[in-house]
Ligand binder design. Structure first.
Ligand SMILES: NC(=O)c1ccc[n+]([C@@H]2O[C@H](COP(=O)([O-])OP(=O)(O)OC[C@H]3O[C@@H](n4cnc5c(N)ncnc54)[C@H](OP(=O)(O)O)[C@@H]3O)[C@@H](O)[C@H]2O)c1
Length: 251
């Protein structure tokens, strides 16, 4: 089986789903040649527990800090030595349980900064490297071995489903994920002809700091599913909203 992609960058990779993504990618027999594990504090405890492998590079990216993104682009570009970046996973995100009674503008804006502006800025800054990968690929088909942007979204951001609002209002989180979904659709439409596939993935309700211990699914199971879905992406799933099992979700 071929590697999922030659090069992969994950944001928010120091814990939770992001950490497990880089852990499984690095442990895969067909590991990517370059794994860029990015987070706010690359010297943090959890990321240090990953055995340093030749293909794993820890880089600082605070997704709401443009200079940190731009510095990371330079580091990644020099590591890739003229090749492009195949797969960008916008995983970093923050939750919020604010209700109609407790919500305020500060919490709304914080959620939008991290969950909408962050992934858009990261995609925008890494676009030249994604375009390079798309142009240099041996195939004209859209896939992770060419160039892909994955935005980690959430089912609770689906306007079509509008799940469990009374039990879990989460206004900032839901609204920001719905807005992030629109960004995904726009990127998919605009970048398709450049050979770059964009998709949104819901990881399930997962046992992480954000998902809490109450969540039914382990992070290992969720990430196994996400990686299988990433491996199956094609023109048909460009601009799709999928869950960790590959099921299509309404926007
Ligand atoms: N867990 C679930 O049940 C679930 C369900 C649906 C969707 N999701 C989505 O899955 C993604 C990962 O969630 P998770 O469950 O792994 O959450 P988590 O355990 O809370 O981890 C969140 C990650 O995002 C990072 N992050 C937050 N703000 C950042 C910023 N400005 N710059 C860089 N990194 C930042 C955190 O870094 P720090 O350590 O520096 O804070 C951390 O690495 C999120 O987008 C989330 O919305 C999760």
């Amino acid at each position: 089986m071929a590697a999922l992609a030659r090069s992969v960058l994950v944001t928010g990779s120091n814990r939770g789903i992001g950490l497990e993504l880089v852990r499984q990618l690095a442990a895969s027999p067909q590991a990517p040649q370059h794994i860029f594990a990015t987070c706010r504090d690359p010297d943090g405890q959890e990321l240090c527990l990953l055995s340093p492998t030749i293909n794993l590079l820890k880089i600082t990216i605070n997704t709401v800090d443009l200079p940190s993104i731009r510095r990371a682009v330079q580091v990644v570009e020099s590591c890739l030595e003229g090749q492009g970046l195949n797969l960008l996973v916008n995983n970093a995100g923050i939750g919020s349980h604010a209700t109609l009674q407790s919500v305020d503008s500060q919490e709304m804006l914080a959620a939008f900064a991290t969950n909408v502006v962050g992934p858009l800025q990261v995609a925008k800054e890494f676009l030249p490297l994604l375009e390079k990968a798309a142009k240099g690929a041996q195939t004209t088909r859209l896939s992770c071995s060419r160039a892909v942007i994955v935005n980690v979204s959430s089912k609770v951001g689906s306007i079509g489903l509008c799940l469990g609002v009374l039990e879990a209002p989460m206004y900032p989180y839901r609204a920001s994920k719905a807005a992030q979904n629109m960004v995904t659709r726009c990127l998919a439409a605009e970048l398709r002809d450049k050979g770059i596939l964009c998709t949104a993935i819901h990881p399930g309700w997962v046992k992480t700091d954000m998902g809490t211990e109450q969540a039914p699914m382990t992070v290992e199971r969720s990430v196994q599913g996400i990686l299988a879905v990433l491996g199956s992406l094609s023109q048909e799933t460009s601009g799709a909203f999928l869950d960790w099992e590959g099921n299509s979700l309404p926007w």
